[in-house]
Design a protein around this ligand. Structure first.
Ligand SMILES: *Cc1c(COP(=O)(O)O)cnc(C)c1O
Length: 496
């Protein structure tokens, strides 16, 4: 299996090269040259397999330069009882006939990013081994909250890697900050930055492109890499859970072999929903994709009009992981939708860079519309959905998942499609305790840890182990710098 660039500016790469590079050096994203197909019977037989066994069947199709032993070892080290607190790894919960929630947050940090970030570090280490670079990998992450902790947990204690996470001192919640600052492992570093998320992100991006600094890092025995979702190594593990979902529904007698399902995905960077699309292309019976957005509904508008425009106000919402105006992985999807036409992609992404917007042709738009439906929920609707679902099913949604459920309801109202629907649940409700509790009752308390306790008292739902007792855990990191000092911060940590 070879990987090519969406911009047509790179010769074929192996999976290991694509993963260790992260992104195509001249711009563009790596995508598989051909999408492998799984035999129908093989898909149905997955109902008798464990999550790890299903993962093996999917990953081996894409990661052909990894040996069976390597893949088995990586999968065993990732999807086990220590890492994930449910035997199904990503369990499917039934709310009623035809409506299911795919819980993607049983990993260590209570966010769905664990599904990929627990596996990807192993892929990266092996990739570097294969390319015979004898340098230590230095992962830099700028985070507005969730990615930082998931990346820290994923890379913690992995040999040959150091990870440094930069977060805005006043830009993350107390719970998120505590999650990061209490991370152990000798190779993890967390740095608070006096500035906002953009300062952290542009600071880190600048360093990736700084030749002098790169040279210094290399001389000192390091090589930069990225744990961002533009890396194929983060996307490929996400394809697995769609096959597992189908297998579990078959196993539990909820669907019949060959029966189609719909998927509703709370979307930000378009990685999760794209993984579902790849699963369909591999042969999984999926009918429609519901792309769910919050107030930052760039994608809803795009799916409606064919015009992708970032020329709009950025809104901070109660589903912050979806507060995104540039959904990076859409580029991969458009590349697929145009039959790998990198000329079109270059044109559109040139327009995006120049004018903040682009418009796809009628043919592409109609092709997308045959598969994807865009729906969105505002803040009020999101909270109402949390309350409604809690009252009706005694099931507690987080704010992101609530957007996905509301999108499903709106879709149902406007269509006569009664295909079984699976809604992706991307975060545990305790991760966003304040907004979730506000949906259920009036909140006067300010302390986030008290709010979490109150939510637990009210709902009786077990507090996720990654969020339990955070307040009493030892703080392991205490670095704080100005946004202008990121280089010095890195040098200080590496002692160079
Ligand atoms: C990252 C994230 C999303 C968005 O996922 P994409 O793959 O970027 O579309 C949605 N919800 C939560 C809780 C997340 O952390």
């Amino acid at each position: 299996m070879k990987y090519i660039s969406t911009r047509g500016n790179y010769e074929q790469a192996s999976a290991a090269e694509a993963i260790s590079l992260g992104m195509v050096p001249g711009g563009g994203l790596f995508v598989p040259k051909d999408i492998p197909n799984l035999d129908k019977q093989e898909i149905y037989k997955m109902k008798d397999l464990s999550y790890g066994e299903i993962a093996y069947k999917v990953l081996k199709e894409f990661l052909t330069d990894y040996s069976s032993e390597e893949l088995e070892e990586i999968i065993l080290a990732t999807y086990n009882a220590e890492g994930f607190s449910h035997k199904d790894i990503a369990p499917v919960v039934k709310l009623e006939d035809g409506l299911y929630i795919l819980e993607l947050w049983h990993g260590p940090t209570a966010a769905f990013k664990d599904m990929a970030l627990q596996l990807m570090p192993h892929l990266l280490v092996k990739a570097v081994e294969k390319s015979q670079v004898d340098k230590e990998i230095l992962i830099l992450v700028a985070t507005s909250g969730d990615t930082g902790k998931a990346a820290l947990e994923g890379f913690k204690d992995i040999d040959g890697v150091k990870i440094i996470v930069f977060y805005p001192n006043d830009g993350v919640s107390k719970v998120q900050e505590a999650q990061m600052l209490t991370t152990d492992g000798d190779n993890t570093f967390v740095v608070g930055v006096d500035g906002n998320f953009d300062d952290c992100q542009s600071g880190v991006k600048e360093i990736f492109g700084d030749d002098d600094f790169n040279a210094l890092i290399e001389e000192s025995g390091y090589q930069f890499s990225s744990a961002n979702s533009i890396n194929w190594g983060r996307l490929v593990p996400q394809i697995v859970y769609y096959f597992a979902t189908y297998a579990y529904l078959l196993r539990d007698g909820e669907i019949k072999e060959g029966e189609k399902i719909n998927i509703s995905v709370p979307t930000g960077n378009f990685g999760n929903i794209l993984a579902a699309y790849y699963a369909r292309e591999m042969g999984l019976p999926i009918n429609k994709f519901i792309c769910a957005s919050n107030d930052n509904k760039v994608l809803t508008d795009f799916l409606e009009s064919g015009e992708y425009s970032t020329n709009r106000e950025f809104k901070k919402t109660i589903s912050p992981s979806m507060d995104i105006l540039i959904s990076s992985n859409l580029e991969r999807f458009l590349f697929e939708m145009t039959g790998h036409n990198s000329q079109k992609i270059n044109g559109w992404y040139g327009d995006l860079k120049e004018n903040g917007a682009f418009k796809v042709d009628e043919e592409t738009k109609e092709k997308i519309k045959g598969l994807f439906v865009g729906e969105w929920a505002n803040e009020k609707e999101t909270k109402e959905t949390i309350r409604e679902v809690y009252q009706r099913y005694d099931y507690l949604l987080d704010t992101h998942t609530a957007v996905g459920v509301k999108a499903y309801q709106d879709y149902l109202e406007g269509s006569s499609d009664n295909t079984p629907m699976v809604v992706d649940s991307t975060a545990n409700p305790y991760k966003f305790s304040k907004s979730v509790l506000e949906a259920l009752e009036k909140v006067e308390e300010d302390n986030e840890f008290r709010i979490l306790e109150r939510l637990s008292e009210l709902s009786g739902l077990r507090v996720h182990r990654g969020l339990k007792g955070l307040e009493d855990k030892d703080i392991k990191h205490n670095r704080s710098i100005l946004a202008s000092q990121i280089r010095e911060g890195i040098k200080d940590i590496l002692e160079i």
